[in-house]
Every structure is written in structure tokens, then in C-alpha cells.
Design a protein around this ligand. Structure first.
Ligand code: NAP
Length: 333
């Protein structure tokens, strides 16, 4: 029986502005039956990442461009509901870049089975790209050593909250920057940060000085803009500055002003490096096992913010840009 599915299609490239409702179009289509070596998947959860805006804009050159009419790209957890594939059985749970669609047919090449003792949704959060991004950015680029001061922006977000906890496990002093009292309280009371800075309350630079009196050895930046500039102003000698994301500029078309404090990299012999986590894809299974081990040992916690209803996918993506999300943003279909 051919299946009819709803899909969210790209309907506009949000360049130079925030995402608007009209950038998406809800469509219905009939899927062909799965052929030999194919499976029919039913989407159970979608995962959201600020990078999706960059994909919609086509400014990110590490992924294929998106065309108007494409199914919106995104990660998902799906159940196999029909299988002509030797590797997958009906009832198996899998995850991958499955897109904003209720059902899809796949050849299985980019699907990974959900195999964890944690909740199935963990494969989109702590054990997903989010967790491995935190790991790779911190350990491979930031290279913290015990006793370092690590400063994280976007600290209460999905990635940032894991970064801080991993840095604590590595024996560092960890300070986070986040928006609002509630998030700052959660960072210190639940995620084990040593201190939190509310960027919406007072001078960020002064608060960094207060909480990092000996300077910052590792910066993990998810935000960019003036917050990056303030962090660069307080680096210690030999600092490593990790550029993971730049959400403060994702909403605007203009390029952010250059960080005026960048010359501290010269005075303090620092380095600044960006990364794309996919470059370490072959190591993801091993990193996931380490992350799962830390969770089971009680040393790592994480938050998931689960919204409901396929029709709410565009609004759910928007939550990342207004800071409404508490931890990894997910949607249950
Ligand atoms: P997230 O941090 O859970 O959600 C985004 C958060 O950004 C919001 O909750 C909000 O928190 C903050 N924010 C939004 N607008 C802001 C602004 N104008 N100024 C300051 N903060 C703002 O998202 P995530 O999935 O963990 O992603 C974090 C970053 O990692 C993103 O930039 C993403 O693109 C990047 N990333 C990079 C890679 C890579 O390979 N390099 C891979 C995955 C993700 P507040 O309430 O605190 O403002």
C-alpha cells in the first residue's frame, strides 16, 4: 500500500533576516513502495540545530545546497515500518538525517540503529551530533589541561552545557555565559559550572574579569559578535579559542563587526580555530561510548526540550533563536 505523507518543504532562503513562516510550505505526497534493499520509515522525533538556518540560506559550504521545494533537512529518529533490507527489521529504531517528513523511503545507507541503554532520544542529544560536537570541539581543538579556566558561551544550550561538564571532568574551572537568571542558576546548580554570567544583565567583560581573574585558557564560543569580543579581551597566555558556532549573527544579513580584541591573540600567544564536527565522523561511535559511560557514572547530565506535533516544526526551530529552548530542542511527532 503506498503511503501518503506530510512534508515541510523549503519555500524561501532566509538571507539577511530571521526565519519567517513563509520560508516553509506544508505539502502532502504519496511515497513509492520500498523496493529491494529499501525500508519504509515512520518519523518519531525530529532534532533541531541552529545550523539549519545556514543550510536554508545556502551559506554553509560543508553541506550540499538546499533548493526551493526540497524537504527541509534535519535529523530524526524513525521506526522501520516495512523492510526489504537485510540489515533492518520491522520495529527497529534508527536515526540519521531523515528530514521533516512523517514517512520516508530509504536505502539505509545513512541510517544508524538506535543501540543505547539511555532513552532513544539521547541519540539526537547527548549521544548525537550535539554530544560529539561538545567532545571534539573541546578536546581536539580546545585541548584543556587540568587547572585551566574554560569559558563557554551559549553555555546553557544543548552543546554548551555538555562542554562545561566535560571540562569539569577534565579538571578545569568552568564559567558559562547564558541569557537570563534561570539558565544561569541551572548552569551552576545542575550542570556543575563554577560560575555563570548573565549576558543580559550588566557588562559581560566586567563579569568575565570578576569570574576569571587569571584570564581564560580555553574559550568555547557558540555565539560570536560582542560576546566573542569580550571573551577575547580576557584570554590568558597560550589561550585556545574554539569557534563552534555564531548564533548571534545567524539572524542578520550583515557580517558581524570584527572582534576588536583579536590582537590579544598576538600579545598572549593565543590561537583561534573553527571546526566542523563531521570531520571526525569515523570516531563518533567511540566518542558516543565514552559519553554514555560518563552518563552512567553519574558525571554527565543533559536536558531535552520536547515540543509536540509535526505541524509545529517551523515554530520549534524558531525557539533556538529566541532562546526559549532548555537543552536539546526536539519535536515528538
Ligand atoms: P543551543 O545552544 O541549544 O540553542 C541556541 C541558544 O543560543 C539559545 O538557547 C540561546 O540561549 C542562544 N542564543 C540565541 N540567539 C542568541 C544571541 N543573539 N546571542 C547570544 N545567544 C543567543 O543550540 P545547539 O544545538 O547546542 O548549538 C550551539 C551552537 O553550536 C550553534 O551555533 C550551532 O550552529 C553550533 N554547532 C556547531 C557544530 C560544528 O561542527 N561546528 C556542530 C553542531 C552545532 P540564551 O538563552 O543563553 O541566549
Amino acid at each position: 500500500m503506498p503511503v501518503t505523507t506530510r512534508q515541510w518543504l523549503l519555500n524561501g532562503h532566509p538571507r539577511g533576516r530571521g526565519i519567517e513562516d513563509s520560508d516553509f510550505k506544508l505539502a502532502e505526497t504519496k511515497l513509492a513502495e520500498p523496493g529491494e534493499g529499501e525500508v519504509l520509515l515512520k518519523t518519531l522525533y525530529l532534532g533541531f540545530d541552529p545550523a539549519q538556518k545556514g543550510w536554508m540560506e545556502n551559506i554553509a559550504d560543508y553541506v550540499a545546497p538546499m533548493a526551493i521545494g526540497d524537504v527541509m533537512r534535519g535529523s530524526g529518529i524513525c521506526e522501520i515500518v516495512a523492510s526489504n533490507h537485510p540489515k533492518f527489521a520491522v520495529g527497529d529504531l534508527v536515526f540519521g538525517s531523515t528530514g521533516w517528513t512523517e514517512y520516508l523511503v530509504s536505502d539505509g545507507k545513512d541510517l544508524t540503529k538506535v543501540e543505547t541503554d539511555l532513552s532513544p532520544t539521547s541519540v539526537l542529544s547527548i549521544l548525537g551530533t550535539t554530544g560529539v560536537t561538545a567532545w571534539c570541539g573541546l578536546f581536539k581543538v580546545g585541548r584543556p589541561v587540568s587547572g585551566d579556566t574554560v569559558l563557554v558561551s551559549g553555555a546553557a544550550g544543548a552543546t554548551g552545557s555538555i562542554v562545561g561538564q566535560l571540562a569539569k571532568i577534565a579538571g578545569c574551572r568552568v564559567v558559562g555565559i547564558a541569557g537570563g537568571e534561570d539558565k544561569c542558576r541551572w548552569l551552576v546548580e545542575e550542570a556543575g559550572y563554577d560560575a555563570a554570567i548573565d549576558y543580559k544583565a550588566g557588562s559581560v567583560r566586567a563579569q568575565i574579569k570578576q569570574h576569571c581573574p587569571r584570564g581564560v585558557d580555553v574559550i568555547f564560543d557558540n555565539v560570536g559578535g560582542s560576546i566573542l569580543n569580550d571573551m577575547l579581551g580576557e584570554i590568558a597566555t597560550g589561550a585556545r579559542v574554539v569557534i563552534c558556532g555564531g548564533i548571534s549573527r545567524y539572524e542578520t544579513g550583515s557580517l558581524p563587526a570584527g572582534p576588536q580584541n583579536y590582537f590579544n591573540l598576538v600579545f598572549r600567544r593565543g590561537t583561534m580555530a573553527g571546526f566542523i564536527v563531521l570531520d571526525w565522523a569515523s570516531e563518533f561511535p567511540a566518542i558516543r561510548r565514552r559519553l554514555e559511560g560518563f552518563v552512567k557514572d553519574g558525571r554527565l547530565t543533559w536536558q531535552e526540550d520536547i515540543q509536540h506535533g509535526f505541524e509545529n516544526a517551523p515554530d520549534t526551530l524558531q525557539r533556538l533563536f529566541s532562546g526559549k529552548n532548555r537543552g536539546k530542542q526536539l519535536l515528538k511527532l
